[in-house]
Design a protein around this ligand. Sequence first.
Ligand code: CA
Length: 247
Amino acid sequence: MSLVLCTAPDMRYRTNTVGDKERGVRILITEDDTALAEALQFSLAQAGYAVDWVANGTAADEALKEAIFGLLILDLGLPKLDGFEVLRRLRRRNASIPVLILSGREKPEEKVLGLDLGADDYLVKPFSLNEFQARVRALLRRGPGGVSPVTSYGELDFDTVGRTAAISGKTVQMSLHEIGVLEILLQRFGRVVSKEQLVEQLYSYDKEVSHNAIEVYVHRLRRKISGAGITVRTLYGRGYLLDYISH
Ligand code: CA
């Protein structure tokens, strides 16, 4: 059941929040135990966090490449790609988001491996929701930039929870696809993203994103962010890159 629920392409962006009381941080839960995942999701949403949930390692890897999260809750025993591999790939991309491992594995060497791979904390199942929440709060307090939902480059502020962009404080109207392209490029600011990667990652919005359509979204996006001091560069045959405008 969890697989059916969570491999839906659009699941990655089904963010749950409780009101607007504390739209602070976007958290990704990777857990294949549906009952536990729902309990964690509910508990975090009650606390005011925006929460996304995926049920296998591949979906987690994709979601982490695609969107900007303030915290990752990571189970180790996962279908498709285990938690260690998700973590290894995440840290190889130099992503510095805090990671809390949840695991039924109590062997000390696994805890050591998890921490060595770059996890920030490790919680052995079963645990109380109170302890879970306390650990989440602690990680968010010390997480590098993890507390701020806004990532800024030049004059552009991107709200990773609300998925909105503003230039010099003024909201920029963008379509879902334009926001999607911007989010992916921001995630890899200064690095090349191929057209294939964009096509693949925008697949979650609908089934028909062609290479030509990507060119259109990039063109519109470039125009819309033109006042922000950053731009989308085209590297022919290689892809796109978000970069500062050099003078
Ligand atoms: Ca598991």
